[in-house]
Design a protein around this ligand. Structure first.
Ligand code: SF4
Length: 355
């Protein structure tokens, strides 16, 4: 009886979130030059049984986004996960490298009324994109997206809406000028541009746009021109500027109204604190990957407030330590000097605090 009442209360108290991001796999069929994925040594899929533990607590969540440090279409349970979320009335989306889109995966995605599919790009020409996103092929990705558009047209449906996720690097920014044309041709509704903020190797340092101060004016010009063209074409064009004047104490990610669940069920604020970014045997001997922050290598310190295998998302979200963490990143609640002293190691070496 008590258990039943607790379950109901737990469900009623579910957090009101803009999205829950779920890492459905840490396996990938690509090896992008900037991604920690090739360094992850214990690659796995999230079991469907573990995923299902989230479902009672997403009642007030707008979107379930199936994305982490891997390619979602590799998880054989991906479509069962989408079906389970849609059965609870949720919007569902995922980001893919686009290589596994084919007639079958597209039909299944459409039949389940998947809301959003986002395609990762790092160039608008095959030579650039394929060099950076190793193991993928822009020509094939474009063909796959054309097939998706054809099938949507045949069925006279609007879903899934297609987004492009363009990673801006110093060596591919010039091609951003063509992304709006490509998006238009492929029926894309939204372009989201991000820049490299997790730098895993010294040779990647010059690829991070914020490290190229002398070029900031040119970068801004390219971004502004692409944004203006997108506006003329009625496309949403979202980007976070690489031109950052200083570091703040506060995170720019939506950590107050969103969370990330790792492939093993750990709940944290973002993908950068995911325990997936650790190497070594077993769970106890694992050590975090290192990344370059300013002039030194820092640890990708994991941060988890609980695991959905043992506690509900409601319990984890409402924990005092998680609330304190969120408050720390809320400039209305925590004063700048207090936040600076109390930030956990992961946030201290993170460019998502640049503004
Ligand atoms: S500051 Fe960085 S590490 Fe900390 S929550 Fe934000 S994105 Fe994650």
């Amino acid at each position: 009886m008590f258990q039943w009442v607790n379950r109901i209360l737990d469900k009623i108290g579910s957090p009101e979130l803009d999205w829950v991001q779920v890492e459905v796999t840490s396996q990938c069929n690509a090896a992008c030059i900037y991604c920690p994925q090739p360094l992850i040594d214990h690659k796995q899929h999230m079991p469907f049984e573990l995923f299902k533990k989230l479902l009672p607590n997403i009642g007030y969540t707008d979107l379930v986004y199936l994305q982490g440090w891997g390619e979602p279409l590799l998880n054989p349970d991906l479509f069962s996960m989408i079906r389970a979320c849609k059965a609870t009335g949720k919007r569902v989306g995922f980001t893919t490298n686009g290589m596994l889109l084919n007639n079958e995966t597209i039909q299944r995605m459409i039949d389940l009324e998947t809301d959003i599919i986002s395609i990762s790009l790092a160039g608008t020409h095959p030579a650039t994109h394929n060099r950076i996103r190793k193991g993928t092929d822009l020509t094939k990705i474009i063909k796959n997206l054309e097939l998706l558009q054809e099938i949507k047209k045949e069925k006279n449906i609007q879903h899934p809406v297609i987004h492009l996720a363009y990673l801006m690097l110093a060596s591919n920014l010039h091609e951003l000028q063509e992304v709006v044309g490509l998006a238009k041709r492929l029926g894309v509704k939204q372009i989201v541009c991000s820049h490299l903020s997790l730098i895993l190797h010294e040779p990647l340092r010059p690829e991070a746009l914020f490290n190229q101060k002398e070029e900031w004016q040119r970068f801004t010009g390219i971004l502004d021109a692409a944004a203006a063209e997108a506006q003329r074409e009625n496309l949403v064009f979202a980007f976070n500027s690489p031109v950052s004047q200083n570091q703040t104490e506060y995170c720019s990610e939506n950590i107050g109204r969103a969370c990330v669940v790792s492939v093993t069920g750990e709940v944290g604020p973002c993908v950068f604190t995911s325990p997936t970014l650790s190497q070594g045997k077993g769970q106890t001997e694992r050590s975090p990957l290192l990344h370059l922050f300013q002039n030194s290598f820092e640890s990708c310190s994991p941060l988890s407030f609980g695991n959905i295998a043992h506690e509900s998302l409601t319990q984890i979200w409402n924990k005092k330590e998680y609330q304190n963490f969120r408050n720390l990143h809320d400039s209305c609640i925590t004063q700048h000097d207090t936040a600076a002293r109390l930030l956990p190691p992961a946030c201290r070496s993170c460019h998502k605090r640049d503004a």
